[in-house]
Design a protein around this ligand. Structure first.
Ligand SMILES: [Zn+2]
Length: 119
């Protein structure tokens, strides 16, 4: 089982990551609004580049959104007291793995079994 200390450490990491992502998303939104305003003025020559920029930032945002969901999920599991347990077999996930990958929801064994099935 994970010690309270380890859980606190992981929780701090998750919250830190969450703040980072939220800040980045906010910046992206501002940037996108700025581009949109510029586009609205009718800068035809630049609109292709702007569209490209928007696409890139959309991809980034959806990645961040997925990560954000993982963070929320991990924080919820910490609150529930189920954090660190494999969602497949219910066995505790290795502590070193959780510290490196706080979003891990499966133990190494189940992860490998799943990957073998996939390929
Ligand atoms: Zn497992």
């Amino acid at each position: 089982m994970l010690s309270q200390e380890t859980i606190e450490k992981i929780k701090a990491k998750l919250v830190e990551e969450k703040i980072k992502i939220l800040k980045r998303l906010q910046k992206e939104t501002e940037e996108r609004n700025r581009l949109r305003d510029k586009q609205a003025v009718g800068d035809e020559a630049d609109s292709a580049t702007q569209l490209e920029l928007e696409n890139i930032s959309n991809v980034l945002s959806s990645m961040d959104a997925a990560r954000l969901r993982q963070i929320e999920e991990a924080l919820r599991r910490i609150e529930e007291g189920t954090y660190g347990l494999c969602e497949v077999c219910g066995e505790p996930i290795e502590e070193a793995r959780l510290l490196a990958q706080p979003f891990a929801t499966k133990c190494i064994y189940c992860l490998e079994t799943e990957e073998k099935k996939r390929y």
